[in-house]
Design a protein around this ligand. Structure first.
Ligand SMILES: Cc1cc2nc3c(=O)[nH]c(=O)nc-3n(C[C@H](O)[C@H](O)[C@H](O)COP(=O)(O)OP(=O)(O)OC[C@H]3O[C@@H](n4cnc5c(N)ncnc54)[C@H](O)[C@@H]3O)c2cc1C
Length: 434
């Protein structure tokens, strides 16, 4: 068989251990968010023939408007004692860091119950260790992909600053930092002049901060996603705008059925459809408790304030990120499913807080946005095969960390498709763990 143009066009051959060990396969990927796009790049690099199907476009949905962090130090699962202690206070504020849309509560209860159980010390420790392992892989995989795709110039390596309004908030954060220390994550607690130097112009209500030097961002998540896609395309990957209605096992492969009734067959199908993935998995008999944590933000003009690095207001559940395309203010979690309309009062509430935290912030001229974090109760993604249809693979459920973990996920999927031992023990990420 002649070499596939993908492998022929690689500027630098993959190391021997990473070259495809068996035949080039026809791979269909459902979802052109950052996870699907990175998987397309890795699979095309390995010589597979890749087509990505998405109902909108490349990184046009949740992966387009996120906070752009490579949050490699963010290893703490969301369900933990400290967080659960904060719940009553957060839930009391309808526009605060966490809200549940009342009409959605009955549907949400089973997920909330699993989330609660995930916070038990034994489960929490297991998820923490798995997440730390994933992050250890995430950073070198992203750095390698940025280099190979010629996108390293889109990286910002200026760390992050987590800010505390008082001693009590700072002290409450310490167990989380100690947990990170156990996994070798560097950070420094700072105050006074050092804090002011790292971010001039902060309100005096912030008395302490933690500087995380290894935290990185990209100049814009959508631009990065599109640039990685351009690389995958150069390697031979193709895109088709299609709504996938279902997937069926088919002999040595799987069939995608589109909403218009047409169908295509592929050797392997990868479901990377973000917060919608469980609907496709359910059709194959895999019941995966995926929920969405809706998040909101506003992107202000670039000159709204001179923000030096990503600022994290943990007590208020939002961040401020300087991007080449603007200053992005937002975060928060709204548990309200996939169908209810957005409530942009949440973006406005965070913007108003940001104006108080950074006196002088110009809040005019912003673009509001909402996205759907695909979230599993134990804060770990699903990476693995369908139980009944092993030619269908899953890569979804990365919650707050999909951009951060996209390249590592792509590496693991390439390992599975190419029949190599995965770079990580995949049991904590198994689709069958629920
Ligand atoms: C406010 C906010 C801030 C965030 N900040 C960060 C951050 O700083 N760092 C970080 O790492 N993560 C962050 N995240 C999380 C991150 O954005 C997500 O985890 C990530 O974008 C998920 O990527 P994905 O590729 O899995 O899904 P998506 O980006 O949602 O892509 C899935 C794609 O699948 C398509 N699709 C779905 N169903 C079908 C179908 N049936 N047929 C065809 N196409 C389909 C959709 O159209 C979509 O394009 C943030 C999220 C939010 C909401």
């Amino acid at each position: 068989m002649p070499p596939h143009p993908a492998s022929a066009s690689l500027g630098h051959p993959l190391p021997a251990g990473e070259r495809k060990p068996d035949a080039s396969r026809e791979i269909a990927i459902v979802g052109a968010g950052i996870v699907g796009i990175c998987a397309a790049a890795y699979l095309a690099e390995a010589g597979h023939r890749v087509t990505v199907y998405d109902r909108t476009g490349v990184c046009e949905e949740t992966s387009s408007g996120n906070a752009s962090a490579f949050a490699f130090s963010d290893v703490l699962p969301l369900a933990h004692k400290g967080m659960i202690k904060n719940l009553p206070r957060w839930l009391a504020d309808p526009l605060g860091p966490l809200a549940i849309r009342p009409s959605y509560l009955p549907k949400l209860l089973p997920w909330l119950w699993r989330f609660w159980r995930a916070g038990a010390p034994r489960h929490y420790e297991a998820s923490l260790a798995a997440q730390a392992g994933m992050m250890k892989l995430a950073e070198p995989e992203w750095m390698g992909l940025l280099d190979r795709s010629g996108t390293r110039g889109m990286l910002r390596e200026d760390g992050s600053l987590e800010l505390y309004e008082g001693e009590a908030e700072f002290l409450a954060s310490l167990p989380g930092w100690e947990a990170r220390r156990r996994f070798g994550i560097p950070f420094r607690h700072i105050e006074g002049d050092e804090m002011a130097a790292l971010q001039p112009g902060l309100s005096r209500q912030f008395v302490k901060a933690t500087f995380v030097p290894g935290w990185k961002t990209s100049i814009d998540p959508k631009l990065l996603g599109k640039a990685v896609w351009a690389y995958a395309e150069r390697l031979g990957a193709t895109f088709a705008r299609r709504q996938v209605a279902g997937i069926e096992a088919a002999g040595h492969g799987a069939t995608l059925r589109f909403a218009d009734g047409e169908a295509v067959k592929a050797d392997r199908v990868l479901v990377a459809a973000g917060a919608w993935s469980h609907r496709l998995a359910a059709g194959l008999g895999d019941r995966i408790p995926l929920e969405t944590e809706r998040g909101y933000n506003t992107t202000l003009p670039v000159d709204a304030f001179d923000v030096k690095r990503q600022l994290v207001f943990g007590g208020h559940g939002f961040v401020i990120t300087p991007l080449s395309t603007g200053l992005r203010v937002g975060g928060a979690v709204e548990l309200g499913g996939l169908d209810l309309p957005p409530n942009f009062a949440r973006s406005k509430a965070m913007l108003e807080k940001a104006r108080r935290f950074l006196p002088g912030l110009k809040t005019e001229g912003g673009r509001e946005w909402m996205g759907y974090r695909p979230s599993l109760p134990d804060s770990l993604p699903v990476i693995g095969r369908s139980r009944q249809s092993p030619n269908v693979l899953y890569a979804f459920g990365h919650g707050h960390l999909g951009k951060t973990q996209a390249a590592a996920t792509a590496r693991l999927i390439r390992d599975l498709v190419s029949g190599q031992a995965p770079a990580l023990d995949l049991s904590p990420f198994s689709p069958q763990r629920f």
